[in-house]
Design a protein around this ligand. Sequence first.
Ligand code: ACO
Length: 431
Amino acid sequence: MSKKTYLLQDPETGKRAELEVRDGTLGPSVVDIRSLYGELGAFTYDPGFASTASCESTITFIDGAKGLLMYRGYPVNQLAEKSSFLEVCYLLLHGELPATDELETFETTIGTHTMINETMLRLFNGFHHDAHPMAMVAGVVASMSAFYHDTTDINNPHHRDIFAHRIVAKMPTIAAAAYKHSLGQPFMYPRNDLNYAQNLLHMFFAVPAAEYEVNPIAAEAIDLLFILHADHEQNCSTSTVRMAGSSGANPYSAIAAGIAALWGPAHGGANEAVLNMLEEIGSVDRIQKYIAKAKDKDDSFRLMGFGHRVYKNHDPRATIIREVCHKVLKDLGRVDSPLFELALKLEEIALKDEYFVEKKLYPNVDFYSGIIYRALGIPTSMFTVMFAIARTVGWVTHWREMIVDPDGRISRPRQLYIGPAARDYTDIDKR
Ligand code: ACO
């Protein structure tokens, strides 16, 4: 059977390049352009890599038009309904769902790695109390290669496993340390009798002076949010992790790079931006003014938590999270609080507004996650940290895939240079 190819011709020289088309298991085919520069001396131009597949991957599949998201072939709605965050971590890292004993062993392994080196804890004292938690978390994660350099041989599969377990286990502890530092409260050590989400809540909200009981509604909601945020194929932060890691950098640095990328308001920082926006809008009667601002071409304001690069129909995570959001607000008796009333009204208005409907701008996962985190008492500045904790397993899984990819090379995009042509240096007295 002959392979499908694309034929590209240089209009000036008439030279041709035959480019092979490659099919994946699902999703659009890709045109393999690796020989293009050699054959025609031209690069491709694709700002934001919106049309470029940068790697082969077996981890996550998204069909933006159908609103489908699958981890290792399992639809995320099934995982959200039936699984737990740590089971999803196992699935992502190992490619298959665990048997009962495999899951127990994995949970124990993660449990035994939850503490962080005491010296590392002291790093937090170097930060101002009002430092943004994302800045502290990015800095401390980058420092982990200094604490755990016994396992940074990227070519050693055992080292890669230990790194994966360490970072997944320690992220909530690091996040909690950042939070406690910002409050000036004593750090709470992890408790391995609690599950991942319960332990996180304990480290965030318990104090040594009083008993603390984890709210099961909060723990369940966090576990679910973490499942939904665990991976999202080649998004900005994941591509950053792959790119940083492609140079052979130690994995902790690669994850720190991903955390930095996630922080941007067009990416994971949107959940924090949603709450800031709701506070700025302030009351239901001011919603229309902000809708008008979002539509105004001359105004840079965008409705935070609306729209998505890939999902132009609906975000399957948002569909699930919307229900959880409404349930959490009801269960915690917060439906009537003015901020949540405002959020729900904004959702209602934007879903009907012609501009948003026409441009397919639906509430995304960050719109609802921000509201849920607020209802659970998590401070706004910690929202993106929560996203980073959940996404760590996705970053690690992609990093591991990238390291063993036989086609893997250092990531090094090309450019279309539009700066000045060659010119001679002018002496300073002649400028
Ligand atoms: N509010 C108002 N208008 C919007 C919004 C918005 N939130 N999002 C997109 N638009 C408009 C754009 O102005 C553009 O209009 P035009 O066609 O008249 O020029 C059109 O919709 C398409 O927008 P693009 O920016 O081209 O879409 P892109 O796919 O590049 O961006 C993004 C997606 C970054 C998510 C964008 O929708 C946005 O900025 N949303 C707000 C931030 C946000 O919620 N980010 C979280 C993303 S989810 C995540 O990271 C987990």
